[in-house]
Design a protein around this ligand. Structure first.
Ligand SMILES: Nc1ncnc2c1ncn2[C@@H]1O[C@H](COP(=O)(O)OP(=O)(O)OP(=O)(O)O)[C@@H](O)[C@H]1O
Ligand SMILES: [Mg+2]
Length: 388
């Protein structure tokens, strides 16, 4: 992929140098301008992929620069991040009012800036770039449906499926004010409870083994554990030898009942397409197929996508999520070519995700600027908007 270009505007030379070298090291092509006036001149001949601008500058300041960019039909679509030494609500609001996408206070927390740059640029990647920039939308983006069942699938084990399902759950529960349930249908080796730090006491398998297969809403409530983030966890099974006892009917019933007390039900699965997985797919509003950008995962991911195709899932319902569980992997365009699919979402490699439990802590504690928390929240909002 071509290097993504960032125009960085700041009147302080030291910050210009520091930030350009930081962003260049992360693979971006960075050009700099000393104030808004120079930035506007440069933008006449060159169009970057993003503008990062300081607020307080001589001549044209960052708020004015943002206003002019947003008013320009050629440049109005560019993502803009604002930086400012004064962490003042008025200033932040002025920036947002003019159309800034993000705000980062000075002194800059580099990892936070990097996460915001990455997530904004990712959001801008479109499958086919329009010939002319899209006009400012005059109708609001469609709202995702009130009730969603989102199934996380994977063909190859260890690609981060549970990590994503759990973090999306916690991010949604802590930010969106919606009722979120997580159903762990990795029956033989489920580990959502471990990631959430919850003990496994009862599982769906207990109901399957119960007298005469009698189940009720109350018995399901007894199985559900409440995580402090607000996520309600329902574990399918606590051991591989009982996995086969959890059948499709029981799972279908569990999903329906869980949906009665939830707005979003997230379902983690194993690579084996058990009856439980098939039942989850039958009730899914969105399926996220998770893969890593590695050759070893491609064949299984391709089979998984092909099977969904045969089951009648359109591209809108089955989404391809490329999760970078390592800092290196195939290039996105090679993954897309190999799978003959557009990538719907890319998750960066994150040290905090490498130890899946760690990202939950900042989210729980409301440390929303922590890099893992930022990525998880962005990920969550994109996953629920797939159904919009
Ligand atoms: N974006 C990421 N960056 C870094 N590490 C990650 C990322 N996503 C997941 N990981 C790590 O990858 C490992 C595998 O993750 P996880 O258990 O969620 O995968 P899985 O697909 O659910 O595996 P299984 O098939 O065993 O259920 C974990 O150690 C996790 O912390
Ligand atoms: Mg898993």
């Amino acid at each position: 992929m071509d290097q993504q270009k960032i125009l960085f505007v700041d009147d302080e030379e030291q910050i210009r140098r520091l930030l350009s070298s930081f962003l260049s090291r992360r693979g971006y092509a960075v050009t700099t301008a000393v104030d808004g006036q120079q930035a506007l001149e440069m933008l006449e001949t060159e169009t970057p992929d993003m503008v990062i601008t300081d607020v307080n500058m001589p001549n044209v300041d960052g708020v004015e620069l943002t206003r002019r960019l947003r008013a320009d039909p050629r440049l109005g679509h560019l993502p803009i991040i604002m930086l400012s030494a004064k962490v003042q609500t008025d200033e932040i609001l002025a920036g947002y009012a003019e159309g800034a996408d993000e705000y980062v206070p000075k002194p800059i927390e580099m990892r936070v800036l990097a996460a915001k740059v990455e997530s904004l640029l990712r959001r801008m990647v479109q499958p086919a770039a329009p010939a002319a920039p899209a006009p400012t939308p005059i109708v609001p983006a469609p709202e995702p449906p009130a009730k969603q069942v989102i199934v996380f699938l994977h063909g190859k084990g260890g690609v981060g499926t549970t990590t994503l399902a759990v973090n999306v759950g916690v991010a949604l529960a802590t930010t969106a004010g919606r009722r979120i349930s997580l159903l762990d249908l990795d029956l033989p080796y489920g580990n959502a409870a471990t990631m959430l730090g919850l003990p496994v006491e009862h599982t769906l398998a207990d109901l399957a083994d119960g007298p005469g297969g009698q189940v009720s809403g109350e018995s399901l409530a007894e199985l559900t554990q409440l995580h402090r983030s607000g996520v309600r966890l329902l574990t399918g099974c606590d051991g591989p030898e009982r996995a086969a006892s959890v059948g499709g009917l029981l799972v279908r019933w569990a999903i329906e009942r869980t949906l009665e007390v939830s707005d979003v039900v997230l379902i983690d699965t194993s690579t084996w397409w058990s009856e439980a997985t098939m039942a989850a797919l039958a009730g899914a509003t969105t399926v996220c197929v998770v893969t890593t950008p590695r050759f070893v995962a491609m064949k299984a991911t391709a089979s998984c996508l092909a099977a969904l195709d045969r089951l009648g899932f359109s591209g809108e319902h089955a989404r391809l999520v490329v999760n970078n569980t390592a800092s290196r992997g195939m290039k996105p365009q090679d993954v897309a070519r190999r799978l003959a699919r557009q990538i719907d979402l890319t998750v960066p490699y994150l040290a905090t995700f490498a130890d899946a439990a760690r990202v939950l802590r900042p989210l729980d504690r409301g440390q929303t600027d922590e890099v893992g928390a930022i990525v998880a929240r962005d990920l969550a909002s994109r996953v629920v908007s797939f159904a919009a």
